[in-house]
Design a protein around this ligand. Structure first.
Ligand SMILES: Nc1ncnc2c1ncn2[C@@H]1O[C@H](COP(=O)(O)OP(=O)(O)OP(=O)(O)O)[C@@H](O)[C@H]1O
Length: 227
C-alpha cells in the first residue's frame, strides 16, 4: 500500500490576512517525484513554506512526515524540519566556512554529536552528489551548479523522507539545470526520498515529464489527475 508523506486536505494558505491558495487537496507518497509549477506570485513558495511550517496552516488539514501542520507546536518544528530537506534557489551556504565546515555546522545544529559518524555521513552525501573532493573549498570557489550540489548534499545529511526544492535551478544555465534535475531523479530513486520541486522551467518538465501540480488563480490542480 502506498504511504503518504505529504497530505493536504481542504487547506487554505494565507500570507498574513491575504488568502493565497484555497481548498488545497493532494497527497504525495513515499518515493514520489512531483513538480510544482505556476506563474510568479501564484503561491508555490507559500505552499512549500506551509509544508515546512514556516507559514502556519490556518484552515484545513495537513500532514507532513507524520506531523499535523494545523496542530504542530512551536517546539516540534525543528523535529519536522529534520525529516525534510529544503533547497532554495540561492543555495544559502555559509560564505565564511568551507564545504566540510558548512556541512558539519548543519549536522551539529541537527543534534548529531559523534564526530566520526558526522564525517562519514558527509562523505556519503558528497559522493552521492558527485563532489567528493571539495571539502576544503569555500562556496565562492565553486560554480553555481557545484554550490547547488553542496546545498543538496546538506539537505540529504539527515536522511530526509522528503526534499522540498524551491526553484533549485533558477540561478543555473540550462545545461546545469538538467544536471541538477537528474541529480534529484537519482536521489529520488536510490534513497526513495519524495521530491516536491517548484519550478518555472516548463522546458524541463516537457523533456522529463513527471506528476505535476499547477498553482493558478488561487487553487492547485493536479495536471496528471492523481490526488
Ligand atoms: N512575506 C509575505 N508577506 C505578505 N505577502 C507575501 C509574502 N510572501 C509572499 N507574499 C504574497 O503571496 C503571494 C504568493 O507568493 P509566493 O512567493 O508564494 O509565489 P510564488 O509562486 O512562489 O512566486 P515566485 O515564482 O515569484 O517565487 C504573492 O501575492 C506574494 O506577493
Amino acid at each position: 500500500m502506498s504511504e503518504a508523506v505529504i497530505s493536504l486536505s481542504n487547506a487554505f494558505i494565507y500570507q498574513k490576512e491575504n488568502l493565497i491558495l484555497s481548498d488545497v487537496n493532494f497527497s504525495i507518497n513515499k518515493g514520489e517525484f512531483v513538480y510544482l509549477i505556476g506563474k510568479t506570485g501564484s503561491g508555490k513558495s507559500s505552499l512549500l513554506k506551509t509544508l515546512y511550517a514556516d507559514l502556519w496552516l490556518e484552515k484545513g488539514h495537513g500532514k507532513v512526515a507524520g506531523f499535523e501542520l494545523e496542530n504542530i507546536k512551536y517546539k516540534e518544528i525543528p523535529f519536522l524540519r529534520r525529516k525534510i530537506g529544503i533547497i532554495f534557489q540561492d543555495f544559502q551556504l555559509l560564505p565564511d566556512r568551507n564545504v566540510l565546515q558548512n556541512l558539519r555546522f548543519f549536522m551539529e545544529a541537527m543534534g548529531w554529536d559523534d564526530k566520526m559518524k558526522i564525517d562519514d555521513r558527509i562523505m556519503e552525501v558528497l559522493e552521492l552528489v558527485g563532489l567528493p573532493d571539495v571539502l576544503k573549498k569555500h562556496p565562492h570557489q565553486l560554480s553555481g551548479g557545484e554550490q547547488q550540489r553542496i546545498a543538496i548534499a546538506r539537505a540529504l545529511l539527515n536522511h530526509p523522507e522528503i526534499l522540498l526544492a524551491d526553484e533549485p535551478t533558477g540561478n543555473l544555465d540550462p545545461e546545469k539545470s538538467i544536471e541538477i534535475l537528474k541529480l534529484f531523479f537519482k536521489i529520488n530513486e536510490v534513497s526513495d526520498t519524495a521530491v516536491l520541486m517548484a519550478t518555472h522551467e516548463l522546458g524541463l518538465i516537457e523533456r522529463f515529464p513527471r506528476r505535476t501540480l499547477y498553482c493558478d488563480g488561487g487553487i492547485i490542480n493536479d495536471l496528471t489527475g492523481n490526488s
